[in-house]
Design a protein. Structure first.
Length: 154
């Protein structure tokens, strides 16, 4: 999600702060706090989540991903993707060339409590490769980074 999450609480325990931030919170503010501080933190959180100029159509060879229309084509033919496959491809397309960790992908696609389910990710990456790679047995678009995650080379 692109909505910033700020936890406001009276609890000052370090473990609780870590747990909240690991669960997806963008900031953690302990009471008492001043109104100017809260407003400054809100502005900072908004700056971090402000949408950047993002490409709405991604092209690599004969693969075209239209993020606005939610359409994926190869050689002019539409590729049918499940909602999860599309979400995964969208995440890759939005971060070309970057290694995305297993943990990051799992949290983005399946939520913060899904980090132990790497087998889901492997299955969906395999399905996605079968649909978008020129040769799924020798992936060139979605590359495995052993022990780390995946890199989309598009």
């Amino acid at each position: 999600s692109e909505v910033p999450v700020i936890v406001l609480t009276v609890r000052d325990d370090v473990q609780e702060k870590v747990a909240a931030l690991d669960a997806g919170a963008d900031d953690y503010i302990t009471k008492p706090f001043s109104t100017p501080e809260l407003l400054a933190r809100l502005r900072a959180a908004q700056r971090k989540t402000r949408p950047s100029e993002e490409v709405s159509v991604f092209k690599n060879g004969d693969l075209v991903v239209d993020l606005t229309a939610h359409v994926v084509t190869r050689a002019g033919r539409e590729i049918k993707l499940s909602a999860t496959e599309y979400a995964l491809l969208r995440l890759f397309v939005k971060h070309p060339g970057r290694v995305l960790t297993h943990r990051h992908i799992l949290r983005e696609i399946w939520g913060p409590k899904s980090e132990e389910h790497r087998q889901y990710l492997r299955v969906y990456v395999t399905h996605l490769r079968q649909k978008i790679e020129p040769d799924p047995t020798k992936p060139s678009l979605i590359q495995t980074q052993p022990g780390i995650g995946y890199r989309f080379t598009g």
